[in-house]
Design a protein around this ligand. Structure first.
Ligand code: AHM
Ligand code: MG
Length: 343
């Protein structure tokens, strides 16, 4: 008798706690889980196949698409299409929303926003990459679902999760009742519950930020970096700097060990780099569900108005106490002007 719980079993058990649930969300999560295993297989053999490198296309963000980006995008969309529980998909890799017009998804009430392969520029050097997803309920009641159904605030998320393709592959998700993590056991091809009820430490000693952009940071961010580097035995400073450049990996480490991840606005990118709908909102939902905090420096990410599919936002995400400390410095600097000095 095995004493582990698989992702499939866990989803069904959770569904049973809601007697009126029809199982649609459970099936949607299952579909995402299946696509994840297929993507995992390809990510793992990336070095063996002629699959490394660029697909030669440029996506809507003007970024070079990697072959595995395209592959992962296709896998998730095809799993959602055949599953029938999703009416519209918003993906980092597609300029517009994708309508799922299959016969089974006619009355589907869920919307999925996804970054199929985040950090994909790291694939060539064997650094962990990830998938990030978010699930919303459709708001419109008749006709085809449309972009306006996707442009919902993060507070409206029904579920969110990420997969980290790392030294092991993990799927971490929330439906708003805590956060649970599952590790893929390759020998049986199943995600098994390995990290039940995950909690982000209230405080930490790790800060993650691309310090190469330092001169372009707002003064509040510079002050916070200085704060992290100053010696203070009482608060365990100086902190440790860790930046992988793969948001899922940086976030995952900080979720487990405690820490803060910052991708602020910069002089060159005043709106920040990371995307609200399929990167920041899902990870912020998970952070909050694990007891952490996520803001754009002044306002909670989940409360931000969403006006564009590929909208960007600055983000400060991680242990509650660390994000609060960073926010204090942002507020202390009226306007957070861009001053390119090293003060
Ligand atoms: P991507 O969606 O094009 O992969 O970009 C997102 C990634 C994040 O995973 C990571 O945190 C960030 O970009 C790193 O950016 P930078 O190289 O500017 O530090
Ligand atoms: Mg991304």
């Amino acid at each position: 008798m095995n004493n582990f719980i698989t992702l499939g079993q866990f989803i069904i058990e959770k569904q049973a706690e809601f007697p009126y649930a029809k199982g649609e969300l459970s099936r949607l999560l299952r579909d995402i889980g299946i696509a994840t295993k297929i993507v995992n297989r390809e990510v793992n053999k990336a070095g063996l196949m002629d699959i490394l490198g660029s697909a030669g296309n440029t996506n809507i963000q003007g970024e070079n698409q990697q072959k595995l980006d395209v592959y992962a995008n296709d896998q998730f969309i095809s799993a959602l299409r055949s599953g029938g529980e999703c009416c519209i998909v918003a993906s980092e890799e597609n300029e517009d929303v994708i309508h799922i017009d299959s016969p089974v998804s006619k009355s589907a009430k869920y919307i999925v926003a996804i970054d199929p392969l985040d950090g994909s520029s790291n694939i060539d050097v064997n650094v962990p990459v990830g998938t990030i997803f978010s699930i919303y309920r459709r708001k419109s009641t008749n006709g085809k679902a449309s972009l306006s159904d996707v442009l919902q605030k993060g507070t409206e998320q029904v579920a969110a999760g990420y997969v980290i393709y790392g030294s092991s592959t993990m799927l971490v998700y929330t439906t708003g009742c805590g956060v649970n993590g599952f590790t893929l056991d390759p020998s049986i091809g199943e995600f098994c519950l390995s990290h039940p009820n995950m909690k982000m430490p209230e405080n930490g000693v790790i800060y993650s930020i691309n310090e190469g952009n330092y001169v372009h940071f707002p003064i509040g961010v510079k002050k916070y970096i200085k704060h992290c580097q100053v010696e203070d035995k009482l608060t365990n400073r100086p902190y440790t700097s860790r930046y992988i450049g793969s948001m899922v990996a940086d976030f995952h480490r900080n979720l487990i060990k405690g820490g803060i991840f910052i991708y602020p606005s910069t002089a060159a990118a005043p709106k920040g780099k990371l995307r609200l709908v399929y990167e920041c909102n899902p990870l912020s939902f998970i952070a909050e569900q694990a007891g952490g905090r996520a803001t754009n420096g002044t306002t909670p990410i989940l409360g931000l108005e969403v006006t564009e599919l590929h909208q960007r936002t600055p983000i400060f995400i991680g242990s509650n106490a660390m994000v609060l400390e960073a926010e204090k410095m942002m507020v202390l600097t009226p306007g957070n002007e861009y001053i390119n000095d090293l003060a």
